[in-house]
Design a protein around this ligand. Structure first.
Ligand code: EPS
Length: 388
């Protein structure tokens, strides 16, 4: 399976094309809309989210609630486009027209300057429109389709926020991934620890007062993946590596870890590996999950635990030093409307990009053009693994 997205932040809308989805998989717009709604929520978002009401239009690949095996085409309208029709219109405009909202002052931390140099754009709006995190709405739509495929196979994916602006959630007990997701959905910052939740919201308020922004750490957990998905034989078939790439590809993400993550580098081997046990009822099993569900680029059958770190959003009300690309004069970067903290929303994006990689790996390993056949193959494989 693969997908591409297109669209600018203040252009008419976002488009997604997904290829390689098997035929006969149940899919409704509502499956995708729920994910889009969750991505828009979260304490610390800016005024743009009052404008957008993301809903998907399925414009190809589904008939009567089931996939056809043909490319799946999705469209999400940018409601804000009505305010940008002249600035972001696609038709040519007369040369003498003054271009409003032209950007010549690159913001530190954004793609503005490097993107301008790369593509030769003298109006840096041509860069920021596409590098904007608005594009994550399209990736969540693609991920929601993958999440639906996983749920049909009994695999659940959830996400929560474990740190914002230095405020850490204490480790919380959860019985199932679905319960974790449900609890996270009810928190304004997607945090399971009510004490930390309040402090995180205070930290976001403080950042707003200071004209600053804050980042954080999100965690995605997955239950129900069979063991042996991915591969050890080639770098580009290692599933944990593909997940790592997907997580770091989310706007503003700077790092990723699995299980113990960087802590593993501080421990002895005997305190890091997950010992192997066997009994009649369960087959092979582990009592610990320090490696976060992966060994040798493959799933172990234990829950997948992956974390990503998001830097603070670089658009600040407290301007940072930069240099105008036309005048070469130093200036303090201009103030743009923005979020103060998008970590809760990013946790939703993270669970969806992870879902995509899992669904992709499964459909590659158990390829069938027919969803029912794919399901049967995975059921057989689970049985084999259990009886190994
Ligand atoms: C973003 C800036 C803000 C965010 C936007 C990402 O948009 P605007 O420039 O229109 O105020 O709201 O996020 C979204 C639109 C979204 O749907 O998540 C940026 O510069 O990355």
């Amino acid at each position: 399976m693969r997908y591409l997205t297109a669209g600018e932040s203040h252009g008419p809308g976002l488009t997604v094309i997904i290829e390689g989805l098997p035929a006969g998989m149940p899919l409704r717009a509502e499956d995708i809309n729920e994910s889009l709604r969750l991505r828009q929520k979260g304490y610390g978002r800016g005024r743009r989210m009052d404008i957008e009401k993301d809903r998907v239009q399925i414009t190809g690949g589904v008939r009567h609630g089931k996939t056809l095996g043909s490319p799946l085409a999705l469209y999400i309208e940018n409601k804000d486009f009505q305010h940008w029709q002249q600035i972001m219109g696609t038709e040519p405009i007369p040369e003498e027209t003054e271009i409003k909202r032209k950007v010549t002052k690159p913001r530190p931390g954004h793609a503005d300057l490097s993107g301008g140099i790369k593509y030769g754009h003298r109006d840096l709006r041509n860069v920021l429109e596409r590098s904007s995190a608005r594009e994550t709405a399209a990736r969540v739509a693609a991920g929601a389709v993958a999440k639906k495929l996983l749920s049909e196979l009994g695999i659940s994916v959830g996400s929560h926020v474990i740190e914002i602006g230095g405020v850490k959630a204490s480790s919380t007990e959860w019985k199932s991934v679905l319960e974790l997701e449900d609890q996270a959905n009810r928190s304004p910052v997607r945090c399971l620890d009510p004490g930390a939740e309040k402090k995180m919201m205070d930290a976001i308020d403080q950042a707003k007062k200071d004209g600053d922004s804050i980042g954080g750490i999100v965690e995605v957990v997955v239950d129900g993946m069979p063991p042996g998905i991915g591969s050890y034989v080639h770098y580009d078939r290692k599933l944990d590596a593909n997940i790592a790439r997907a997580v770091v590809s989310i706007n503003a993400f700077k790092g990723v870890e699995f299980g113990l993550g960087f802590e593993a580098g501080r421990r002895k081997g005997s305190e890091v590996q997950d010992e192997i046990f066997w009994d009649e009822e369960r087959g092979f099993y582990r009592r610990t999950n320090r490696l976060g569900g992966f060994e040798g680029g493959m799933t172990t059958g234990m829950p997948i635990v992956v974390r990503g770190v998001m830097k603070p959003i670089p658009t600040l009300y407290r301007p940072l030093k930069s240099v105008d690309i036309e005048t070469k004069e130093p200036f303090h970067a201009s103030v743009e409307r923005s979020d103060r903290c998008a970590v809760p929303s990013a946790s939703v994006v993270c669970s969806h990009v992870v879902s995509w990689e899992l669904a992709k790996a499964l459909t590659e390993q158990f390829y069938s053009d027919r969803f029912e056949k794919l399901k049967d193959q995975i059921t057989d494989y689970r049985k084999d693994a259990r009886e190994f």
